[in-house]
Structure formats: C-alpha cells, structure tokens
Ligand binder design. Structure first.
Ligand SMILES: NC(=O)c1ccc[n+]([C@@H]2O[C@H](COP(=O)([O-])OP(=O)(O)OC[C@H]3O[C@@H](n4cnc5c(N)ncnc54)[C@H](O)[C@@H]3O)[C@@H](O)[C@H]2O)c1
Length: 342
C-alpha cells in the first residue's frame, strides 16, 4: 500500500479522499488545509485518519512521509506548493489542473520534475477515461471519415478552470495541438464561485490545430447551459453530452460514404448511442493515483502545459484587439504573465 497525503481539502480534495478509500492499493495517510475547522470536521466525520489532519502541509509531509502527495488547492498556489513538496523529497505528485497560473511556472514545474526524477501527473483524467479512449480509436480508424472540425459550447465562464479540460480533451482525441487562434473574453462581471479574488472569465475563440482541424469554442458567462461537444467528420459526426452521459455517433450508410461532400443532404442513417460508463471523477482519480503508485503517469504534464497555453492565448488575443496568436507562445510578457484561475 502506498501512503497518500492530500493538500487542499475542498470538494476536489474530498474526491481524492474518496478515491483513496475506494482503493486497495492506496492508504490515505492524511490531509492538510489552511482551514483548521474543516480539517477537524473531516477527522470527526471519519474522512481523515486520527493524527492525519494538518493545517501546515509541510509538517504533514515531514511527519507522515507519504509516497504520493496530491496538490488539490486552487491553481495560484500549485507552483509554490509543488516546489516545497519536491524540496521535501517527495517523488510522486498528483497536481490538480490547471497545472499552474502562468506558462513560465508550468514549464518550470515540468523541468523541475524531470531534474529531480519526480513523477508529476496533472489530473486531466478524461485522457484515461475508457469511453474517450475508445472514441479516440474510433476516430483514428475513420469511423466518421476525416475529422475536419470541432464545435464546443458551454455556459458558466471560467475558461481557466473548465476550458482547459476541453482543450486537453480535443488535443487528446485528435492527436493534434493548437497552433493558432483568435480569442475573445466574455466577462459579464459574474463573481467567481470560489471567491472574488479569482479572475477566470469566460470567452470564445476560433482555434486552429496543427493538423488543419478547426475548433469553434465558447465557454461564456452569458450562457447557463451544459457542455456540448460535436466532432465533425467527412461523412459523420459525434455528439457528446457529458451531463447526460451520452455520446451519439451518426454516419452515412456505408454505401453512401463514397458520395461527394456536396451531397451534404445524404442522411446519416447509421446511428449508435454510447453511454459513458467510466466518466466518474472519483474513479478516474483513483486510477490516476494507483498508476502513479506503480510508477506510471497516465498523462504527460507537457499536455497540461499546452492546455494552459491555449486559455492564456485567448486572453492574450483579446488584450491585443483579437490579434491572431501563434502557439507555442514565444512572447515573454505573455509567458511570464500570472493569472488567477481556480
Ligand atoms: N480534475 C478535475 O476534474 C477537477 C474538478 C474540480 C476541481 N479541480 C481542481 O482542483 C483544485 C481544487 O478545487 P476545489 O473545488 O476543491 O477548490 P476549493 O477552493 O473549493 O478548495 C480548495 C481548498 O484548498 C485549501 N487551500 C488553499 N491554499 C492552501 C494551502 N496553501 N495549504 C493548504 N490548503 C490550502 C483551501 O482552504 C480550500 O479548502 C482546483 O485547482 C480545481 O481547478 C479539478
């Protein structure tokens, strides 16, 4: 059994606790949060082992000597905590997304992990969700023809918190990375649900992937609707509604696939409904942690950096009058700029 210690005991920290409790391979050694009352409550409710509650995460690591440390605080503290945890000699770290709040910080974290032989997993868990793994295979064998475009729409703003998941997922499913975009912020002054001190507005963008796929993206503050992801191929489309746990694949009948694209009215007769069986944050987190315990990271942290860079590029484009931004970003001001995403 590998000992796990969790820093940050908000809703996501609780999911990490549950992931450990659901595992035969992980031993929840303890948790730390600045909010002492919360730590005490979790001990008295039996969520944390007695002697496993701390307000100072460094003291927790020194006392408990965990094999794995989870950083589940808000994004602005990920960078500093990561470095402290590495300095304390921990070799396996799961950091919640977003990896950090600047490109420079994220690059530095990845370099530090490599330098000190630390396994760093950023919890972009859709990458190892088997429903998406199967979808990726379907797209690769050309189930809907060649993927040409992706559209995504969702309300609630908070591109830094939620948009990164989507850009990472698109990148995973297509095997491509964003190479340029034009972005717009949509800041309606909606207070961030995690507190006024966070600034994580909504936005929309026209995004281009290096394989030629175009992405029409919106995650705005003027919509209160659930996420809808549509992947369009030459003769079919995949519609993903995560909140309904449903994925629909529609395509032309096989005898129609050779018809020209100008015959766009050709019905998509072949329809298959898939229901998500593995899209459960606690379970995916358990799988991520168990693999980390075995010395395997299920996602490369450089992919988390790329997802962060896309959201930062949307901000940069907006600030420069919706100028097209090329990625990877090589402009120092944007690389160094620190955001307050959650
Ligand atoms: N992977 C996912 O699907 C997923 C889902 C939800 C949230 N998240 C991420 O998880 C992180 C936490 O989210 P949340 O909803 O629990 O946030 P939250 O704001 O509700 O809770 C964060 C907790 O961290 C504590 N904290 C902050 N700084 C600390 C420090 N220096 N030492 C100890 N404790 C500290 C706070 O007191 C708070 O209890 C965020 O980065 C968020 O984006 C990931």
């Amino acid at each position: 059994m590998k000992k796990v210690a969790i820093i940050g005991l908000g809703p996501m920290g609780i999911r990490h606790i549950q992931a450990c409790r659901n595992s035969k391979e992980l031993d929840l050694a303890g948790g730390a949060d600045l909010n002492v009352a919360r730590v005490e409550e979790l001990i008295s409710d039996g969520f944390l082992p007695s002697g496993g509650g701390f307000s100072d995460y460094k003291q927790m690591i020194v006392e408990l000597k965990p094999d794995i440390v989870v950083i589940s605080t808000n994004a602005p503290s990920h960078y500093d905590i990561f470095h402290e945890v590495v300095n304390l000699g921990v070799k396996n770290i799961l950091c919640e997304k977003p990896i950090a709040t600047s490109i420079e910080q994220a690059i530095n974290m990845i370099e530090t992990a490599s330098l000190y032989d630390v396994l760093l997993l950023v919890n972009h868990s859709r990458r190892w969700c088997l429903d998406y793994v199967e979808l990726k295979s379907l797209l690769e064998i050309g189930e809907i023809g060649k993927v040409e475009s992706v559209t995504f729409s969702m309300g609630g703003g908070q591109m830094g918190c939620n948009g990164m998941h989507i850009f990472d997922l698109i990148s995973y499913l297509t095997g491509a990375r964003v190479d340029k975009l034009i972005g717009f912020l949509n800041d309606e002054g909606v207070e961030n649900p995690r507190g006024k001190h966070f600034f994580d507005p909504g936005g929309y963008a026209l995004v281009h992937l290096d394989c030629g796929i175009r992405v029409y993206f919106e995650m705005t503050e003027d919509l209160g609707i659930p996420p809808l992801l549509i992947i369009n191929g030459t003769y079919g489309r995949v519609t993903i509604e995560e909140t309904k746990k449903r994925m629909t694949v529609e395509k032309r009948a096989s005898e129609d696939c050779e018809l020209p694209v100008t015959r766009y009215g050709t019905p998509l007769k072949h329809v298959t409904e898939h229901f998500f069986e593995h899209l459960d944050i606690v379970e995916l987190t358990r799988v991520g942690l168990e693999n980390l315990a075995k010395g395997e990271i299920l996602a490369d942290p450089s992919d988390a950096l790329k997802a962060l860079e896309v959201v930062i590029a949307i901000h940069a484009s907006h600030e420069m009058g919706n100028k097209m931004i090329m990625l990877p970003i090589n402009e120092n001001h944007t690389i160094e700029k620190v955001f307050s995403f959650t």
